[in-house]
Design a protein around this ligand. Sequence first.
Ligand SMILES: [Fe+2]
Ligand SMILES: [Fe+2]
Length: 506
Amino acid sequence: MSKGKIMVIDDEKVMCHLLTDLLKDRGYDVEYALSGKEGLAMARQKSFDVVITDIKMPKLTGLQVITKLKNIDPNTRVIIITAFGNMETAQQSLRLGAYDYITKPFDIGKISFIIKRAVASKELSLTNQKLMRQLKQNNILLEKKVKERTKQLTLLYKTGLEISSSLRLEKVLQNIVKKVSILLDLEICSILLWDSEKEELSIKCAQGLSKDVICNTIIRKGEGISGWVLEKKTPLFIKNVESDERFKKRSHEKYYTRSLISVPLSKEKNVIGVININNKKTKKPFTNDDLALLKEIAIEATIAIENATLYKKLQDTHLRTITALTAAIDAKDHYTCHHSEQVTKYATAIANKMKLSLHEIETIKRASQLHDIGKIGIPDYILTKPGKLTSNEWREVKLHPTRAKDILEPLNYLKKVIKLIKQHHERYDGKGYPGGTRAENIELGARIMAIADSFDAMTSERPYRKKFSLEKAIEELEKNKGTQFDPKIVDVFVNLLNEKPDLVTV
Ligand SMILES: [Fe+2]
Ligand SMILES: [Fe+2]
């Protein structure tokens, strides 16, 4: 194998032959040129490790050859041969980029040594350049990675903030699914929560799944992918579910696709559910980075879900106390006994029939349960008075929606409920109280409650009148459509009463 590629440039043919033969004997691959011009033409054709050039030549001198050769290949080592031993010329050649110089008459041993060094120097230089290029490339990759990671962390931080910005469980779950889907560019994302009483997992929030799958997916511990993740308390990253022996036949989950990630929602050893992601919109497969990101989101999500669940439990306890208080008010007067309960039943039935959202239905239900809580401040003799109320007494009664607002206002989570309660005596024509608000300016829930409230009042015994029959009550509702009541809601309720007469026991 050649020790290196050498070119000799000298206008003296004898010198060229001499050097060529000597260096070939020492294992080099050698070519020669009889002028600077010829040498440069050869250098353009192929790469040489070392060029040995005479300094004194006609037309192009050795010094001119150095500069031009460096332009062709800056890595070629150029060695000058001069017959004069002129130090000034030698130094000038070094300044122009020559690797070394030798003087005539020369000794071949010295030339051999310098050439060997020059070839090694070129190789070292090339290796260094290669390493530098790799380093630069690695730096670019690293910088890209740092940028991506910073972007992900910023998004993660924002996601964490948004996930925990609500204390309502449904909202928390929606936020998680929405944020994860955006962050990872997903087609499908779902959250399944564990019901420890029923001992099953069910989908509580999802994107990209059919209603049928959401409603009908029930998974036991250890079953399918989600059940496995729940049981093992460990994340699962499957590149192709069809070729994964563990889940090929076991998976009963109808919504899986070929590539998926499933991560437990857990705090310490307690697993509260599972978050699943399937398919990127770009159709690219999931990566380990996606898994790492989902694991970090799962930590935030678990805390947010636990907080919301705890808050809901506190709210429920609190509400049970207030509801018991309202029932006590109802019970003060045997005529209005179970009134709040009945109003809740009718209002919720109307809201369901109108296909309102679960959250709206829940708000209407709570508002109905508490709608007359403001009566707590009205003296008993007014509430149970058999005869007509005086104007002062009537004024007192009309304060109860506002009083309810004052009582419940400190409870921040009842904001929407309070709004409905305050408007439950408003009329569609604007002649109600306390605000005289009209038509659609009245909250939908309050318009529903107004109908439910009046219907229960009509179909219940009062100290001053007998209760109405169902037909008479419906007639009253129809008569007051567009004045007292929202006509569309009356239609819904009347249809409902015709469909389900059992709803009311008159
Ligand atoms: Fe009322
Ligand atoms: Fe009422």
